[in-house]
Design a binder for this molecule. Structure first.
Ligand code: WTA
Length: 658
């Protein structure tokens, strides 16, 4: 689990020659040739790939416009459309009758939709949106469960040039409202309810709560996909059923041809300070990278059945469910449920039943399924026929070598390469990852950057540090799928990602170290105040703000501590306005505060642990010493010099857990 263990990993798994011989990037020399091509003339390299991989309604004449850094433009005078690339192109390429999506509901019901059918559904819904007055440049918030309809909603927005902003279905009314307001949405697409683990959970009711919080005047329409059919209140004039919006609409819809720089979507993610930031992605560069990484990292082939288990509410679901697989004409699984329902064999059962060949999931899921398989051997992957798999992927957080080995042996049958893909909401797609037909694998290392991606480990002044020495991960050269700006806050974009001291390099926010011998990268975790809990990004500041908005709370400080199951766990130190509670009272208030955070942000932000103090450890100038709080959260003794602390005695008190 620890970085230490990762750095001493010495098992190496060279690619299987049989895999290499059929791979899209076959062998190290092929990888190096692409890297060399990119280094020699980056614009020619990206221009060639953009022409080969995307349809251009009007070709671009310039690849990259760097005249106003860090606000860069790619393929700007080219006209294209993401939905056209994902759908129409497949009809022309002979994929009309091919299954695009295999949807498996929480209760196991399976439905399939071909490229032809998906095209028609997207067109009808796109026409329906237009009929409601939604047009190019409008923002549409999508708050939907995993469903064919979720994919249709996103693709339909892309088709008419509306910028979508998907909000994960687990976020609270308040989080949803903040995003609706920030992005200035004029329409919202949701469902009556969502199904997970045999239960129904409300969505539309939360939308109503969010809108009741105010400041959403720009929002004119709420469109509801009827998932469960439960009774929900409808506001006449504002609320429309999705099936009514689609009904009687023509089966075709001429795509809106947009500049490659047109914002395809805004996706909110957590930063180290303040409220979540709306990461803005551009149509052309993003889609190019979604398609290319499908071919390169996932080695995708026409016969593959691809399954990415992420939710469309996160970037992984955007790139590797909604855009990438369709842009390359793949067949993919869309799964509504959860890995442990009806039991922890669900993933393995689904892989076997649907003959999944490329499977992409998160380390947290793997770790929880290892635990479940130990507790209930019938759910162990060994009980299922997983011979259909040929490639495995991991994403969202570092994968510890033990989980990697288990995944490799028990799921991949020691036959499937694992691509440990490092990337971020801001990068649009994979950045550092093994290529399955080229890169020798080292458990716990995401290995080497993709061709054209120039990553480095530097010190605080932007100077390269030698291999074997940890530092800050940066990207030295621009790439097409890079974040364009933070929606409505270009200054914050500049400050967050292109700080002056780093000489124009993109600051990823992660620490990294390169191996002395291989040059392989290992990600050592965030270097800012962003936590990674079960692969979900959470800002400590957001959780602190949620806590202090509770009337009982005077002050709060949130830190992460390593957790075997979730990667990191949230620990909150809280000072109440009343005297420090003890015993049952402390337990009760802690429970209330955890529920409060869940209500304010969403269940994923619930602190695992809350500790009460009379105060927080502060320097004489009043700065909270988070470093010490992290040490205490781990249950370790403070060995640092605490003489600069205003109130060193507080440390003893904060060590007490409930
Ligand atoms: C972390 C998810 C180690 C990292 C695609 C990054 C990883 C943050 C990996 C982005 C990986 C993602 N190894 N760490 N393979 N993949 N991360 O924006 O800290 O939700 O900065 O994007 O997840 O999270 P985000």
């Amino acid at each position: 689990m620890t970085t230490e263990a990762l750095l001493h990993e010495n098992r190496i798994f060279p690619p299987d020659p049989a895999f290499v011989s059929q791979a899209n990037i076959s062998g190290m020399a092929a990888y190096q040739a692409l890297c060399a091509e990119a280094r020699q003339d980056a614009n020619a390299f990206w221009g060639r790939l953009a022409r080969e991989n995307l349809y251009w309604h009007r070709p671009f004449t310039r690849v990259l416009d760097e005249s106003n850094p860090p606000f860069l433009k790619w393929f700007e005078d080219g006209l294209t459309n993401a939905s056209y690339n994902c759908l129409d192109r497949n009809l022309q390429n002979g994929n009309a009758k091919k299954t695009a999506l295999i949807f498996e509901a929480d209760d196991g019901t399976v439905s399939r939709i071909t490229y032809q059918e998906l095209y028609h559904r997207v067109c009808r819904f796109a026409n329906g949106l237009k009929a409601l007055g939604v047009k190019k440049g409008d923002r549409v918030v999508i708050y939907m469960p995993m469903s064919i309809e979720g994919v249709v909603a996103m693709q339909a927005c892309a088709r008419i040039g509306a910028t979508h902003s998907v909000v994960f279905g687990g976020f609270s009314a308040k989080s949803l409202q903040e995003r609706i307001v920030d992005v200035g949405a004029s329409a919202l697409i949701t469902a009556d309810e969502q199904r997970r683990g045999g239960k129904s959970m409300p969505l539309k009711v939360i939308v109503d709560e969010a809108l009741a919080l105010g400041s959403c005047e720009a929002l004119k329409h709420v469109i509801i996909y009827q998932r469960t059919g439960s009774a929900i209140p409808l506001l006449s004039g504002r609320d429309h059923w999705m099936h009514d919006v689609e009904a009687n609409q023509p089966d075709n819809c001429e795509p809106e041809w947009v500049s490659a720089e047109h914002p395809l979507f805004v996706l909110y993610t957590s930063g180290s300070t303040g409220k979540p930031k709306g990461v803005q992605h551009a149509t052309g560069g993003y889609l190019l990278w979604a398609a290319l990484t499908m071919k390169w990292a996932f080695d995708i082939k026409p016969a593959d059945i691809f399954w990415c288990t992420a939710d469309i509410g996160w970037v992984t679901g955007h790139t590797y469910i909604v855009y990438g697989p369709l842009a390359v004409g793949a067949t993919e699984i869309v799964f509504e449920g959860m890995p442990t329902y009806p039991d922890a064999g669900r993933f393995w059962d689904m892989i076997a039943r649907h003959r999944v060949s490329v499977f992409y999931t998160a380390p947290t899921a793997i770790r929880s399924l290892i635990k479940a398989a130990n507790a209930a051997p019938a759910t162990h992957p060994g009980n299922y026929d997983l011979s259909c798999l040929r490639l495995l992927g991991s994403v969202g957080e570092p994968i510890n070598p033990e989980a990697w080995m288990w995944y490799y042996k028990n799921v991949g049958g020691e036959r499937c390469p694992i691509v440990d893909t490092f990337w971020q909401t801001e990068t649009g797609g994979h950045m550092i990852t093994p290529l399955p037909g080229a890169t020798p694998l080292v458990p716990g290392s995401c290995s080497l950057p993709l061709p054209g991606i120039e990553v480095a480990v530097v010190d605080e002044a932007g100077h390269d540090v030698p291999n074997g020495q940890g530092g800050i991960l940066v990207v030295k050269r621009p790439w097409p799928a890079m974040i364009r700006t933070i929606w409505g806050d270009p200054e914050r974009f500049k400050k967050s990602y292109y700080p002056d001291e780093l000489k124009g390099y993109y600051l990823a926010g992660d620490g990294a170290i390169r191996d002395k011998d291989t040059g392989y990268f290992t990600i050592t975790g965030r270097i800012d105040d962003v936590l990674n809990v079960s692969g979900h990004r959470m800002g400590t500041m957001e959780i602190e703000s949620a806590l202090v908005s509770n009337p009982l709370v005077a002050e709060a400080a949130v830190v992460g501590r390593p957790d075997d199951m979730t990667g990191e766990a949230i620990v909150a130190y809280v000072v109440l306005k009343q005297a420090r509670p003890v015993g049952d009272e402390a337990k009760k208030i802690a429970t209330d505060l955890r529920n409060w955070v869940s209500k304010e942000i969403g269940p994923i932000a619930k602190p695992k642990e809350i500790r009460f103090g009379d105060n927080l450890p502060k320097t004489r100038s009043g700065k909270i010493m988070r470093r010490l709080l992290r040490v205490i959260a781990k249950g370790e003794d403070v060995t640092q010099d605490v003489s600069t602390l205003e109130n060193p005695a507080i440390l003893q008190q904060l060590k007490e857990t409930l």
